[in-house]
Write a protein that binds this ligand. Structure first.
Ligand SMILES: Nc1ncnc2c1ncn2[C@@H]1O[C@H](COP(=O)(O)OP(=O)(O)O)[C@@H](O)[C@H]1O
Ligand SMILES: [Mg+2]
Length: 325
């Protein structure tokens, strides 16, 4: 079957329709700063009592770098990131420290001078969209929930949830690999595993758009995995999306080993490969939400609807899909 027909039959949302019908119509531009700046997202979530990783230090200008470094000197683990970064660029995850040697998760050892250089690069706009000046932030390093440890190599996985008009319509867990440098970004080579919203189990997984069943680094299955605290994941993702005022949001949630689900970041232009990870298109679910009076529904009803949509527009297990080709 020609690829475009197959995609259409699956109800796959393409980039043009996403931009025209969803991003432009549902997401007013003036609200973008709420999600494009991770510092603002943190404030927004905290004000609503939604858990986020703790902010430990910020440097907005070059002259503030010494103070930021002073603050990190006593920490054994932390993360440095650009407030306006994307796709995992510019993220430095320090997993442990011995004296003046900071160990980057899955990577080299750095000294304070190297961290200073990295922070200066962030402020100069090295990782920001359009190369504009940015702010460097240091936050607590989250740790992987034990249930996911064997399939998240050298980094913390996150769950991406697409929330449309207050309804969680699709989700995937992104599993870091050695190749992705411990970051859970698909562009960096992480595995994306689609989740059945009704059960909270992964049903299919892809690595660079190709189906996989096991994690390349650990050999452990990535399909049929139960996501820990999945009810709460859907709850914090949906509530956080609601705080933005945007109608179409990608919420990234980490299930921390100690603190449980936390909102890592929110996106106003979430990518489309979540459909590949799920083997299912977004369109049938989005259309269904369009037809319903979701504004009159409370949080529990909207989450129940999302789970129902996942059941009525089922995911295709990899085996079934291969048989259908
Ligand atoms: N506080 C943290 N603790 C541990 N890992 C983190 C932390 N922040 C980010 N990461 C890792 O880096 C990835 C990208 O971080 P994120 O904040 O989502 O930035 P981006 O906008 O670049 O995707 C996450 O998916 C996670 O794997
Ligand atoms: Mg992210």
């Amino acid at each position: 079957m020609p690829i475009f027909r197959r995609l259409r039959d699956l109800g796959v949302l393409g980039i043009n329709a996403r931009n025209a019908r969803y991003i432009l119509r549902e997401n007013p531009r003036r609200l973008y700063p709420r999600v494009d700046d991770k510092l603002r997202t943190k404030v927004l979530c905290e004000a609503a009592g939604i858990p986020v990783p703790k902010l430990l230090a910020v440097a907005r200008r070059h002259h503030e770098i010494p103070e930021l470094l002073e603050r990190t000197r006593s920490l054994d683990s932390f993360v440095v990131k650009p407030a306006r970064g994307a796709m995992g660029n510019g993220i430095l995850v320090i997993g442990s420290r011995r004296g003046h040697a900071y160990h980057r998760s899955g990577g080299r050892t750095l000294d304070l001078e190297a961290i200073r250089y990295h922070v200066a690069g962030i402020i100069s706009g090295l990782y920001a969209l359009g190369g504009h000046r940015d702010e460097a932030m240091v936050e607590e390093r989250l740790s992987t929930h034990p249930a996911l440890r064997e399939i998240a190599v050298e980094g913390v996985p996150d769950v991406r949830v697409i929330v449309f008009r207050g309804v969680p319509v699709m989700a995937m867990v992104r599993l870091p690999t050695r190749a992705s440098g411990g970051r859970a970004n698909l562009h960096q080579g992480a595995i994306g595993a689609g989740i059945d919203l009704a059960t909270g189990h992964t049903v299919r997984a892809v690595l660079r758009n190709q189906p996989v069943r096991t994690h390349a680094d650990s050999g452990r299955p990535v399909v049929g995995v139960a996501i820990p605290a999945f009810d709460r994941v859907l709850e914090v993702a949906t509530r956080a999306a609601g705080q933005t005022g945007l109608g179409y949001v990608g919420a990234d949630v980490v299930v921390d080993a100690e603190r449980g689900p936390l909102v890592l970041e929110l996106n106003a232009r979430p990518g489309l490969s979540i459909q590949v990870a799920n083997g299912a298109g977004l369109l049938p679910r989005l259309r269904r939400v369009h037809e319903l009076p979701t504004r009159e529904m409370d949080l529990a009803e909207r989450i129940a609807l999302g789970r129902e949509l996942s059941r009525s527009h089922p995911l295709r297990p990899a085996a079934q899909e291969e048989a259908a080709c």
